[in-house]
Unconditional design. Structure first.
Lengths: 296, 151
């Protein structure tokens, strides 16, 4: 229980908010922009997922979708500043999360569900609950700790449950099959398609994938460099899958940053600012409170 | 000087723990018994299927069209062209096969998204089947699943 609420410096929330809400712009304009295109499709093709049916979300209307995007991005950018008073932060943050949920449910309601949106949906829901957070605020805080932990859990769940689904639907022989060949045949980039001539490389990749996905809970257990190394592995994994088949998984991958001690960036930027001012270049700058707690 | 830890009150702890347990429970249930319909909690089914290296097939379905300019084109697979991505066409494939009139919707969406360009006169739903041996493609064939003359 205390693990879920282990305090982290509020500054990490400030950085995560900046990352999440700025990325939201990219996501809505590029990754899930199909919600806008869907609004131009006749309503026959709308196949609402369960959440859309429960919430009675109607087929999208172009004007409504533009309005929704404006409201969600407006609320998100206001929250990104981290300067909202507590009540306003809650209100705008949840408006942003609810609006984005509507948006992303529309995006998934035309016959294909993507699986890279769990982390961003969870992040938008939990980040407002941490209250006001400044970039220089190193106060360890349980509310911040819970929000960070939820994002971390969402990231790990996406990996671990992927392995689970491969066993459930593909069976234990999945890594020995030709699923990656299937992916490359259908959407492989020209350099990656060369690998189709060497099927054993694809089977090794499948073994590495399933082993790493099943071991992903280690991200929650490891501390310090081993943890950062594992997060870096996954970042590299997403870079490689993008290079091979232009699947970015970006709405998930950017939240690998939740595993990093982002709060230390504040002291770094202070050093850069000192240097830019011609201050004591290369000299350590005293930052009160930095790393005062064991960052988890 | 270590700053004072900011603690949560009891009520705040309880709802957080409850919400975490509910969402984690939902995720696990959906992974065990659910389907993609349960988004965002559903099972993470991307690439979660087995293709035998011997005798397995790699299928792809997409749309092609004759345009009013007399050209035969592959209908682009991004949502910006016809409002549907290839995976979405494939996700609704049985509907298109059983009711090709739905392809009229694709033509109408393309017309709305590209009002100035050539229109689709006839749309074909095609399927490519590649057969594997030792993990390599040894045969490829194409079939047309449905055609629709645009009204």
């Amino acid at each position: 229980m205390s693990w879920l609420l282990a305090p982290v410096p509020r500054a990490r929330i400030a950085w995560l908010r900046l990352i999440a809400y700025l990325f939201l712009v990219v996501d809505m304009l590029m990754v899930t922009s199909s919600s806008l295109a869907h609004a131009r499709v006749p309503h026959d093709l709308y196949r609402p997922v369960l959440a859309a049916r429960i919430l009675h979300i109607p087929p999208p209307d172009l004007g409504v979708m533009w309005g929704l995007m404006t409201v969600v991005l407006g609320c998100g950018l206001a929250c990104a500043t981290g300067r909202m008073p507590r009540a306003a932060g809650y209100l705008l943050g949840f408006a942003c999360a609810a609006g984005y949920f509507w948006w992303v449910v529309i995006s998934m309601s035309y016959g294909k569900v993507d699986h890279d949106h769990l982390a961003i949906v969870i992040a938008l829901l939990v980040l407002p609950t941490a209250g006001p957070a400044r970039f220089e605020d190193q106060t360890p805080c349980e509310a911040a700790g819970w929000a960070v932990r939820c994002v971390e859990l969402a990231v790990v769940a996406a990996y671990f449950l992927s392995a689970w689904a491969k066993m459930r639907f593909g069976g234990p022989n999945w890594p020995n099959g030709s699923t990656l060949a299937w992916a490359l045949q259908r959407r492989g980039t020209p350099p990656a398609r060369h690998l189709l001539d060497y099927p054993w490389t694809l089977q090794i990749s499948q073994w590495v994938t399933i082993i790493m996905e099943f071991s992903s809970p280690l991200l929650l257990i490891l501390r310090g460099r081993p943890r950062y190394a594992l997060a870096a592995f996954w970042a590299g994994f997403h870079v490689i899958t993008f290079a091979m088949m232009t699947i970015s998984f970006l709405p998930h991958a950017i939240f690998l940053t939740a595993f990093l001690p982002l709060e230390r960036l504040a002291s770094r930027t202070q050093v850069w600012r000192e240097r830019a001012r011609g201050g004591p270049a290369g000299q350590p700058v005293t930052v009160i409170g930095d790393q005062a707690v064991d960052t988890v | 000087m270590a700053p004072q830890v900011s603690r949560l009150r009891r009520v705040s702890r309880v709802w957080r723990l409850g919400a975490t347990a509910a969402v984690l429970g939902g995720l696990l249930l959906a992974s065990a018994y659910g389907t993609n319909d349960d988004f965002p909690l559903g099972p993470m089914t991307q690439f979660a299927f087995y293709i035998p290296a011997n005798g397995g097939t790699i299928n792809a379905q997409w749309l092609e069209a004759d345009t009013t300019d007399g050209e035969h084109v592959v209908v682009p697979t991004d949502a910006g062209s016809t409002g549907l991505k290839r995976a979405e066409v494939e996700g609704q494939i049985n509907r298109f096969v059983h009711d090709p009139a739905l392809l009229q919707d694709i033509a109408e969406a393309q017309r709305r998204l590209h009002p100035g360009g050539p229109r689709y006169a006839r749309i074909y739903l095609v399927k490519q089947i590649k057969t594997l041996r030792d993990g390599r493609v040894v045969a490829t064939r194409m079939i047309t699943l449905a055609t629709w003359t645009v009204r």
